[in-house]
Design a protein around this ligand. Structure first.
Ligand code: SF4
Length: 71
């Protein structure tokens, strides 16, 4: 993992995002707009969905810029 990884935490999950490898494919934004919203800062709000749903959407990230850890 690079040093440039950003982390976003909520109940049950820790989300990691690596901007350098994000392809902006928007799978995350389309899959779960309540959590992944590029208009907001921070743009990831993991408290807005269940950990299960977030993991499901992160698994679709084509570049693996998004990863997670269950807490
Ligand atoms: S799905 Fe992955 S590659 Fe696509 S915008 Fe989201 S973080 Fe970036």
């Amino acid at each position: 993992m690079s040093e440039n990884i950003k982390t976003y935490e909520a109940e049950g999950i820790k989300v990691y995002w690596e901007p350098n490898i994000c392809e902006h494919a928007a799978e995350c934004v389309k899959g779960l707009p309540s959590v992944f919203n590029t208009q907001k800062r921070p743009w990831i709000s993991p408290e807005n969905a269940t950990a299960e749903k977030i993991m499901e959407v992160i698994d679709r990230c084509p570049s693996r810029a998004l990863t997670y850890e269950q807490k």
